[in-house]
Design a protein around this ligand. Structure first.
Ligand code: SF4
Length: 342
């Protein structure tokens, strides 16, 4: 494993990443439409060996963000830097070379596998495409299938339709690991599994992270799963980051009203602690025309007049332990007049 930037260099650095879908400028088109602001200027870092969990309601941009990082979608703006090397620039690292270091596991375990390939061949396919000899790739496939808990003696010649959902997801994890990545992006990778299988796959991911020295970007709608597996957590709302920090800090003492509402919306097993009112009112606003100022102001119980006029910046909160984008948690109520979006 190369370590170009040294241990203190973040493995992944994302700066001002932006992607709008659709939209026309209206100059020559009467049916001009505004674009969907799927990811709207987000910046974050992941330290080596860390797991960054990403949460937010569906449509908040978390999956688009992951696809932008791995360049399945081309960003409109922003830089993605892998261990000090900017992706897609002549002085940095090519998209192809990045893909040998960054792999992604998706939710749909069946769609990700070729139904006509036995799983050994599926796992060996990536390394062979990368120029590894067939015998070495087959050996690597057998070793990794064993590591993900699929006994090679039983499983190597099986086809995807002969496997359970949990077993197929283990094959997908093996396929990703066969390319010896440094960063694994897991996009709702355990969401389709039964709870007991989900727990087994989460434990497997924790073990693999230690064994292979991996770093994870872990996206899930399930707050409990993210808490279990993550070191840090990033909360997204309408294409932007509203809070980011150590997972225990954010879960035990959320500062942003959206994070607070999201955590309160978690079902609780404690009968004395049940809420009768929905903590977040209404559906998320339309990302084509997001609300002015703070995008959460239309649903925020603590909104002030300034909130609809001035966009809050992501700043370190008064406790110094995390960043949040909210006027009432900003230490000095710092506002950026240049971002007024009235
Ligand atoms: Fe609520 Fe205002 Fe904070 Fe936005 S900036 S989360 S509207 S208090």
């Amino acid at each position: 494993i190369q370590d170009i930037g040294g241990p203190a260099q973040p493995l992944l650095s994302v700066t001002n990443l932006r992607k709008y879908f659709g939209g026309t400028n209206g100059l020559f088109d009467r049916a001009a439409a505004d674009p969907v602001r799927a990811v709207d200027g987000i910046s974050f870092q992941i330290a080596k060996g860390d797991t960054l969990g990403v949460v937010g309601e569906s449509g908040c941009g978390k999956s688009t963000m992951a696809r932008l990082v791995i360049r399945l979608i081309e960003p409109d703006e922003g830089d993605v830097v892998l261990d000090g090397q900017k992706i897609g620039s002549s002085s940095g690292i090519s998209v192809r070379d990045m893909r040998s270091q960054v792999q992604m596991v998706f939710q749909d375990s069946y769609a990700s596998l070729n139904p006509r390939l036995p799983i050994e061949d599926s796992v060996a396919f990536g390394p062979i495409s990368d120029g590894v000899s067939k015998s070495v790739a087959d050996g690597r496939a057998i070793e990794i299938l064993d590591k993900v808990g699929l006994d090679p003696k039983i499983f190597v010649r099986r086809y995807p339709h002969e496997l359970s959902g949990g077993q197929r997801q283990r094959v997908n994890i093996a396929r990703a690991l066969a390319l010896e990545p440094r960063l694994l992006i897991l996009d709702e990778a355990v969401s389709a599994l039964d709870k007991s299988v989900e727990a087994q796959v989460l434990n497997l991911l924790s073990d693999l992270k230690t064994q292979y020295g991996l770093t994870y970007l872990f996206i899930s709608h399930d707050l409990n799963v993210v808490r279990y597996i993550s070191d840090h957590v990033m909360v997204m709302y309408l294409g932007q980051i509203v809070e980011i920090g150590p997972v225990t800090t954010v879960y035990e003492d959320p500062k942003h009203p959206y994070t607070q509402a999201l955590l309160q919306s978690q079902p609780t097993m404690d009968p004395h602690n049940r809420t009768t009112e929905a903590p977040i009112s209404g559906d998320p606003p339309n990302p084509i025309r997001p609300p002015s100022g703070c995008r959460f102001h239309t649903r925020c119980p603590m909104a002030q007049p300034i909130c609809s006029q001035v966009q809050p910046l992501l700043t370190v909160t008064a406790d110094g332990h995390r960043q949040a984008a909210c006027h009432i948690t900003a230490p000095s109520q710092t506002v950026d007049d240049t971002k007024t979006t009235a």
